[in-house]
Design a protein around this ligand. Sequence first.
Ligand code: SF4
Ligand code: SF4
Length: 263
Amino acid sequence: MTIHFGCTQCGKCCHNLKLPLSLAEAATWLRRGGDIELFCEAIPWPVEPPDTDAQAMHKRRLSFPVLCGALPIRVVVTVVASFDGACPHLQSDGRCGAYELRPRVCRIYPAEVNPFIPLTPASKACPPEAWSADKPVFLAQERLVDADTLEVINASRLAAAHDAPLKQHLCAYLGVSSAALANEGFVIYAFARDVMLEALERVERLERLGGGDAHALPASEWQFVSNRRATVDALASIEAHHAVASSLTEGHVRYMEFFASDL
Ligand code: SF4
Ligand code: SF4
């Protein structure tokens, strides 16, 4: 399949977004007056999958291991700059006001970072004319053509793998220990800007001092959160720590559901 693409500068990709950021990008975002949230999900990981399982290895790179009761799990924490309406950096002339410092995810749009998500124009904000056949070839034989975009995607993947164990420290500093079951939803934590920045700066210092090893952390108890009866019953049957979504009553924590609650 060949996909042509040329940006029309319509600016739609700078509105109503949830931008996944690296830890370094998140600190920059906060210092420039933005807000970020932590989207937490977790995968039961009772046994190590074989190295040949490419999807599992991908998830492994993005996650850190903890226990949930007696159940080994891997937690994926996505650091997200989310906003309704225009990005706080979008200028009235439609240009990015943070162009030199804009996150990688903005630099590669509309390409995908996740190697298991195919590029589908229909899922992107770009108008139909951006994909017309007179535009340059963007993707040929399932591969991106543009070397610069590929380089940024590679850097993004490396940063995600580098950040994964550090996120365990970030969560410990912030008291984050709940996650949705992967593909069911997210537990979302939103802290005040100064609290989040202080925690990120502690992680930066820890890394500078060479203490970025997750094993240096005190053990923390994680729990699954769900809004579905079948999930809660299954977790209870294997003595995994769990809570129902409606029990998240603290103001800075909420549950984003992918399925209607039956609890
Ligand atoms: S940082 Fe710049 S490129 Fe990214 S969404 Fe905001 S305005 Fe758009
Ligand atoms: S939505 Fe697509 S076409 Fe419009 S500015 Fe963003 S990248 Fe360009």
